[in-house]
Design a protein around this ligand. Sequence first.
Ligand code: FAD
Length: 501
Amino acid sequence: MQHTADIAVVGGGFGGALMAMVARRLGRSVALIERGSHPRFAIGESSTPLANLFLQQIAEKYDLPQLLPFRRWGDWQREHPEIGCGLKRGFSFFHHTLGHPFCDDEQRRNQLLVAASPRDEVADTHWFRADFDPHLANEAQRLGVDYFDQTELTIFDEQPDGVTLAGQRNGEPVTFRADFVIDATGPRGWLHRTLGLAKRELPLMPATSGLFAHFKNVGVWPSAGGAPYPVESAAVHHVFDGGWVWVLKFNNGITSAGVAATRARATELGLAEGEPGWQRLLAKLPSLAKQFAAAKPVGGFVFAPELSFCSGQITGARWAMLPSAAGFVDPLLSTGFPLTLLGIQRLAKLLGGGIAPADYERQTIAELEQVSRLVGALYASMGDFELFAALTQLYFAVVSFSETAHRLAKPELAGSFLLYAHPEFGPATREICASVARLAKREEVLAKVREVIEPFNVVGLADPAKRNWYPVAVDDLFASAAKLGSSEDAIREMLLREQLL
Ligand SMILES: Cc1cc2nc3c(=O)[nH]c(=O)nc-3n(C[C@H](O)[C@H](O)[C@H](O)COP(=O)(O)OP(=O)(O)OC[C@H]3O[C@@H](n4cnc5c(N)ncnc54)[C@H](O)[C@@H]3O)c2cc1C
């Protein structure tokens, strides 16, 4: 079979399906080519306020209103109760000493709760990808995208007038002819391997491995009275020296859980063995072991020997990788979705000639590298929770600042992801992260973080009086109006419009 399309998108996960939908809305004919078939397990589940904002922007700019319910819990529950998802009110962190039960003190020195939304209705979500991805693939087809699953490509032949892709579909030869190819096959994906591209080192990031699964019968992690939100309605992070565990609860009885750890810690725990490695980890985290006492894995464990990755080249004359194919740092801080969604917006511009491939490549790499520095510094501080919690504020300050700036229609205030290109914040953050990785004086680092986030801290972060609990506090936002070049009235109006008040 031979097929022709303006754009071939390889990889039918949510990123590829969304990209295909946007390309259709730009008037292109699109072939979406997937190796496997839906429904299937996929990892990468927890969304964030910025990711949801970018999803909303895509929906509005490319006339895709069918995406809007997925930007928040309330609409999702009303309009698509059949698509599994989890309620995410914030980011919960608990610090453990290996071999000891979790314990804390009055100052809450071993926990950090950062709310992302004031109530369930407007909260973020975890996407149950086995439901979510097929829904988007179906939506893409409804828009006229030609979808080919069970298709294993083996040939990429780039000519001056187009690209030929060839392989097998259900055992039969198949050929696609396209003007442009977008690789949405995830890290170490199809084009990286087929073109034999080199890898790029990610700055400050240690080598890490991951082990993860879906579970049934996961118990409850206790919630303290007065917490800014029920602590399990969140992305829950259990941090220990050399790694961290995520626990994400869905509304269908399934819990996603896994561990990301430095190579040394992963080897010591024998994570490569799968379930026995997971059990060895739980034995060192007795409080978490209680929560998982009756848990049963559904569908088996996945071991990822090398989590972080960056391709040495991510665009060519007639091809480009989505950011999710170009590279990946770590699940920590849930940066995969926002980067993918930003990349889709940029690739849409690239298809229209609005930005050059070289600019797409430069921005995508710069963002991955900024994430890598920050996450690398967080890994270096996992044994020192005060430092770890302080460094997370570099993330929370700029993402809340960026979200608010966008919602106030002032995108120029937040022109780059994590403000990596901001003339002061960008270099200052890089310096802080480098000094943490060098194990430089921690007191200086703590003071420097407070100083650097101050112009962007619009939600009252880094306040010792809050003892590591940060609810959504509109008073802090009003008091910070000047930092956003705005007024209390304009902020109130925006919050009312977005139903955030
Ligand atoms: C352990 C882990 C946890 C993560 N957690 C988070 C998180 O909580 N939040 C977050 O924002 N991000 C997270 N991420 C990142 C997240 O997974 C990605 O951003 C997201 O999956 C990107 O979606 P995608 O559709 O572009 O790619 P993928 O989800 O990787 O989908 C790729 C698709 O391409 C198909 N494919 C692969 N090879 C081929 C081929 N040769 N030909 C055709 N099709 C092919 C696959 O079958 C799949 O359907 C995590 C990543 C990992 C590894």
